[in-house]
Design a protein around this ligand. Structure first.
Ligand code: ADP
Ligand code: MG
Length: 459
């Protein structure tokens, strides 16, 4: 299958060639023709499978004709986080270089003056996080009545962040006879409901079973005793013995992110951090250092877990097993992207065991446990071999795929409310704040003063 077979324009094909892509990924091959036919669509594919281009490319051709009007964007793409929104904007710039489309990015945390000016002039593509869009809509800076194409990207992440009510409201502001595309790595019931309500006769394209982990990712659990101290020691041992070109290390708490980064630095590692307590420019600066290779370890909270397109991450480490099993799939999806292979290690103390059980239930697979003491003595080059589980596991999973798919679906999903932090305050507030503003809650479990819920106003 070739990009040229998908019905895209010559200008667009030239930009795709310049981007260095020779073949469409499976989701791109199935999605692009039906988007061009103006159909509503649900695209389900695991992280790193190229979902962005599967809507950006056909959108560029669709929008190539027609003109924008002041404050009336012609299309809208909703993204759960600022980083993802910025990435989609980069995609539009890359693929749209032979077109004259105008674009505005509406995200929290950065100065929006220019974007509002762009909106005033009229834009073909508006890329936004739901919170910021609702703010501006409320002020009358945007009219959505001319918006004939809507993309809801990373829908399961939107759900986790409590954005579904906002999305529902946004959907009602758009014209009814629009085209709507929804993308997600997993399809939990609330997303299904959203799709039933706001998409009409959608074509469903599913290229992998929901909540499956990428077969290019080798996974292992590393049992650890001795709490956080023991984990830091084992992590250093792993970082020194396996061939880590670059790694993202996920922690469940922001305080852990900070502590771990400090500790790694003091042990001579080139590491940085990214979490919800940081201002947006700071986060982007840290990401840039990581992308450029100036640092090769990025310690992260789940804010950075989904969709961040960082090419060629060789390893993902879960310093903690995530509370929500979906997050596991997304965290490890940072490696093994677009056909490359990667390795994901999860450090496991007794506190993590319950989360591991839930992860294994969701993905329908048992993750190999490493005996680090057995492999630690092995010599240099072949340590990676010894320290990683057999890839045959992936084959097993594929063969057993069908049966287990049903099994995985029927498993009652572990209650999100069971997560420790869920009891602190309503999920929607908590996660929106984590996305849209610096989180004040480092280590504080007491009542939250009301003024901290305020959003930063933009003029
Ligand atoms: P998803 O949204 O499914 O998680 P992305 O759209 O972010 O995935 O794409 C993941 C990576 O794959 C990106 O680095 C992107 O540049 C790359 N990619 C996308 N399409 C192709 C393609 N056809 N060939 C090679 N690489 C691709
Ligand atoms: Mg994506």
């Amino acid at each position: 299958m070739n990009f040229a077979d998908l019905g895209l324009s010559d200008e667009l094909l030239a930009a795709v060639t310049d981007a260095g892509y020779s073949e469409p990924t499976p989701i791109q091959a199935s999605a692009i023709p039906s988007v061009l036919m103006m159909r509503d669509m649900i695209g389900i594919a695991q992280t790193g499978t190229g979902k962005t281009a599967s809507f950006v490319l056909p959108m560029i051709d669709i929008l190539a004709h027609g003109r924008s009007r002041a404050r009336m964007p012609r299309s809208l793409i909703l993204e759960p986080t600022r980083e993802l929104a910025a990435q989609v904007a980069e995609n539009f710039e890359k693929y749209g270089k032979n077109h004259k489309l105008s674009m505005a990015l509406l995200i929290g945390g950065v100065s929006m003056g220019d974007q509002i000016k762009a909106l005033e002039k009229g834009v073909d593509v508006l890329i936004a996080t739901p919170g910021r869009l609702m703010d501006l809509f409320g002020r009358g800076n945007i009219l959505l009545t001319g918006c004939s194409l809507l993309v809801i990207d990373e829908a399961d992440r939107m759900l986790d962040m409590g954005f579904i009510p906002d999305i529902e409201e946004i959907c009602t502001k758009l014209p009814a006879n629009r085209q709507t595309l929804l993308f997600s790595a997993t399809m939990p019931p609330p997303i299904k409901k959203l799709a039933d309500k706001f998409l009409s006769n959608p074509k469903t394209i599913e290229v992998a079973r929901p909540a499956s982990t990428n077969i290019n990712i080798t996974q292992a659990l590393v049992p650890v005793s001795g709490g956080a101290y023991g984990k830091r020691e084992v992590l250093r041992q792993l970082l020194r013995t396996v061939e880590v070109r670059n790694a993202i290390i996920f922690c469940n708490r922001k305080t852990t992110v900070r502590e771990l980064n400090k500790s790694l630095k003091s042990h001579g590692f080139r590491s940085g951090e990214i979490h919800g307590d940081m201002e947006q420019p700071q986060r982007l600066a840290e990401l840039d250092l990581f992308k450029s290779g100036e640092i090769n370890i990025l310690v992260a909270s789940d804010v950075a877990a989904r969709g961040l397109d960082i090419k060629g991450v060789s390893h993902v480490f879960n310093f903690d097993a995530p509370w929500h099993p979906d997050d596991y799939v997304h965290r490890i999806g940072r490696t093994g992207r677009a056909g490359a292979t990667g390795t994901a290690y999860t450090l496991v103390t007794t506190e993590d065991e319950e989360n591991i059980t839930n992860i294994e239930k969701l993905t329908g697979q048992t993750i190999n446990r490493l005996d680090l003491n057995a492999s630690a003595g092995a010599a240099g080059g072949d340590k990676e071999e010894k320290a990683t589980p057999d890839r045959a596991q992936a084959g097993d999973r594929r063969r057993g795929g069908r049966g287990r798919k049903e099994e995985a679906r029927e498993q009652p999903r572990p209650s999100r409310e069971a997560a420790p932090r869920a009891s602190e305050r309503p999920r929607r507030d908590r996660d929106r704040r984590e996305d849209d503003e610096a989180d004040y809650n480092g280590g504080w479990n007491g009542p939250v003063p009301e003024f901290l819920h305020a959003t930063i106003a933009i003029s």
